[in-house]
Design a binder for this molecule. Structure first.
Ligand code: CA
Length: 238
């Protein structure tokens, strides 16, 4: 037996006791190790003292320190641990702020348990892949240089530490220049999402990536193809 240490470790931050219980029960049944924190302060303490975690499931509406602030503080020191946000208020602003802080995905309450389990599985598979890789995988297109292993992105705008999801999404474009990639395709390949399609997630991530790579006052390298999706137009000169 490989024992406890081989289990993927999840930090579940949720103040609704019943939901926290249901989620941790089901996640543990799937073979994950789950630590529950019922408020933001406890979440940060557990993160520091009981980490590292493979994934953080983070409710936004929490007493005192809310989920946004928890994500902000964690992202200030940790760019790679996946963060799945749970939001009761599916307002555009909430979703945008969550993703801007560095959450990788979100689910709107109430959600279907199966959908959460699927997202968790997919996010954990991805983080495992990133850690397993032992050769540096670099993708270069003009002035854009993406280091998939160190999650470092260089462009004329500067050098950025990005999240694994941002890296995967940009990687998908760099590897498929001049090809229209639909939102559904991106959700499937990058997020592994099946069932309910939340295309806004894709749009928000595209906005973030554009900020990293685009030159000010010029056309984006990631073109919006109306009614279809997005297309990567590689920079013509370095
Ligand atoms: Ca809550």
């Amino acid at each position: 037996m490989t024992g406890e240490s081989s289990k993927k470790k999840i930090l579940l931050v949720e103040d609704e006791k019943h939901l926290a219980f249901t989620l941790s029960y089901n996640l543990e049944a799937e073979g994950y190790e789950v630590k529950v924190a019922e408020n933001g302060e406890l979440a940060l303490r557990r993160y520091q003292q009981e980490g590292p975690f493979d994934l953080i499931i983070l409710d936004i509406m929490l007493p005192e320190i809310d989920g946004f602030e928890v994500a902000r503080r964690i992202r200030a020191i940790d760019k790679t641990t996946g963060i799945l946000m749970l939001t009761a208020r599916a307002t555009e602003n909430d979703i945008l702020s969550g993703l801007a802080i560095g959450a990788d995905d979100y689910l709107t309450k109430p959600f279907i348990l199966q959908e959460l389990m699927l997202r968790v599985k997919r996010m954990l598979e991805r983080s495992g892949m990133m850690i397993k890789a032992n050769t540096t995988r670099k993708l270069v297109s003009g002035h854009i240089e993406l280091d998939l292993d160190n999650l470092e992105l260089k462009s004329v705008n500067g050098t950025y530490q990005i999240t694994s999801l941002e890296a995967e999404l940009l990687g998908e474009f760099l590897q498929n220049p001049q090809k229209i990639l639909t939102r559904e395709h991106l959700l499937k390949t990058v997020w592994g999402s099946s069932g309910r399609i939340e295309t806004r997630t894709v749009d928000n991530f595209i906005m973030r990536i554009r900020k990293y790579i685009d030159l000010p006052n010029s056309e984006s390298y990631i073109l919006t193809v109306r009614g279809k999706g997005y297309k990567f137009q590689p920079p013509t000169s370095p």
